[in-house]
Design a protein around this ligand. Structure first.
Ligand code: GBH
Length: 490
């Protein structure tokens, strides 16, 4: 690919903020230290190591439980406005319930929050980034409706213990990945693989749990703590493989409703509830498959109202775009399943490569997603809560720099040309970390982490210099030294 011509816009608006993100299980380690108990990822990686690409686990991860001060130094070096990290439920509540609050766990996060405050870095804190206490999974996890209460209790403890230091909360990271990958499939722990069934039980519970956490914050904490609370939804954005093919265009819209709309429609539309296309397709499929009712239960009027409007911002995690090639059952779809319910055939044959098969580099898809969100959800204020690129860990990470440059360029384009209200950007991730089932084989970090050394030393990659300059100037760096020598123009 040859990158020619000057970007139309290079300067970010006043007030636009930048940060980087991590998640507890991916960086902390200390899996059985300081009173923390087992979570679903500990269980999966310990009992079924063959499920993790390199057989690794999060036992030590990046050792951040012991090296959080160094994490903060790296954040200072980058010059970020905020740091997005997540709390480990099993570290704070070792039984999973709010009967026992673990003082050592609370102290760890207080120390981290204090170190951030000393350095003027705002915390953006995720309550749940996939590491469910195993004790709650033993009761069915997110397919158990009681989780609405347990999550509310956990939120309550977090707001009470840390809310004086935190102005920005995220309830859930990527509900799609939780419900579809972990319950409807085995791509994430606890790998329930109840395809077409538990994924929809999960969304029912998760959306209610999110709403209860929001209302609790709103009613009992907001006036004292003066913060904001939102949800972060991931999108693989779908586009028609042939934009002139009307059937593909219509199917791409259905696929986006199934993917992003599944969680965004109930929260961010006037109408509320699941998207119409989803309700219709799952009901039709379920009946054709011989089920006596739709596998997707609709919310009643009480819950439609209770869930609507429960996010102060739209948090978007975005990495990639896939294509729709036609109607029918995707060859990779199980039966029944979410993918079969969509009724479209997908392909990843688009854009440039990364180290992750699913991650194709398609910057224009990001712009299309953002414009779509503006129109589908009535022009919401948006935070990009994750965006990033994987390689195998090279220090001269030109691919990552190019990815950031091209995706950030699209943000500037939609802000300036389409008036999309994007307020901030979060890069994934501070340092190479435990990339779930990919282990350490796919690396997304600004800092390289040596996992052969138990101390987990970190080394800055070239992208650190790039991001530093971006943050110092609030302008896209144009230096030649950030361009891959093999594609530099002569
Ligand atoms: C995010 O998920 C996560 O929030 C973060 O923790 C993670 O480290 C980061 O992205 C990078 O992956 O088809 O089985 O190969 C991003 C969305 C969706 C990416 C599911 C991986 C497919 C895995 N993820 N996806 S698979």
């Amino acid at each position: 690919v040859c990158h020619t011509g000057m970007a139309k816009y290079t300067k970010f608006p006043d007030g636009f903020t930048f940060g980087v993100a991590t998640a507890a299980h991916q960086i902390e380690g200390a899996w059985n230290e300081g009173g923390k108990t087992e979570n679903v990822w500990d269980r999966l990686s310990h009992t079924r190591p063959e499920m993790i690409a390199d057989g690794s686990n999060g036992d030590i991860a990046c050792n951040s439980y012991h090296r959080y001060r160094e994490d903060v130094e790296e954040l200072v070096n980058l010059g970020v406005d905020f740091y997005r990290f997540s709390l480990s439920w099993a570290r704070i509540l070792p039984t999973g319930f709010s009967d026992t609050v673990n003082p050592e766990g609370v102290e760890y996060y207080n120390n981290l929050l204090d170190a951030l405050a000393e350095n003027n870095i705002e915390p953006l804190v995720t309550l749940f980034h996939w590491d469910l206490p195993q004790s709650l999974q033993d009761l069915g996890g997110w397919s158990n409706p009681k989780m609405v209460d347990y999550f509310r209790d956990y939120s309550d403890v977090c707001f009470r213990e840390f809310g004086d230091k935190i102005k920005s909360w995220i309830t859930f990271n990527e509900p799609y990945e939780i419900c579809e990958d972990a319950y409807g499939d085995e791509k994430k722990a606890p790998a329930v693989n109840s395809h077409g069934v538990a994924n929809y039980l999960c969304s029912d519970t998760l959306l209610k749990a999110h709403a209860e956490s929001y209302h609790l914050y709103n009613e009992s904490y907001r006036s004292k703590q003066d913060g904001r609370i939102m949800i972060s939804i991931n999108s693989i954005w779908y586009e028609p493989s042939d934009p002139k093919n009307a059937e593909q265009v219509a199917l791409a819209e259905v696929a986006n409703q199934f993917k992003f709309g599944w969680f965004a429609h109930p929260i961010f539309t006037e109408q509320g509830g699941y998207p119409a296309a989803m309700i219709e397709n799952v009901a039709k499929q379920s009946s054709a498959e011989g089920f006596s009712r739709s596998r997707l239960e609709q919310f009643d009027d009480y819950w439609i109202e209770r869930i609507k409007g429960t996010s102060d911002f739209l948090g978007i995690n975005h990495y990639t775009t896939h294509l729709i090639t036609g109607s029918g059952v995707d060859p990779t779809a199980k039966s029944p399943s979410w993918l079969k319910d969509i009724g479209a055939v997908t392909t990843m044959e688009v854009g440039g490569d990364s180290a992750s098969e699913w991650l194709r580099v398609v910057p224009s898809g990001f712009a299309n997603l953002l414009r779509w969100c503006k129109s589908a959800y009535n022009d919401p204020p948006i935070y990009i809560t994750e965006n990033g690129f994987s390689d195998r860990g090279t220090l001269e990470d030109y691919g990552r720099i190019q990815y950031f440059n091209d995706y950030l360029t699209e943000i500037l384009n939609v802000i300036n040309d389409d008036g999309v209200n994007v307020l901030g950007y979060t890069a994934w991730t501070l340092m190479d970390n435990f990339e779930w089932r990919a282990g350490f084989s796919e690396r997304f970090g600004f800092y390289y982490v040596d996992i052969t050394d138990p101390a987990r030393p970190r080394t800055p990659k070239l992208s650190v210099e790039y991001f530093k300059q971006l943050l110092a100037t609030r302008e896209l760096p144009q230096d030649e030294r950030f361009k891959d020598p093999s594609v530099r123009k002569h």
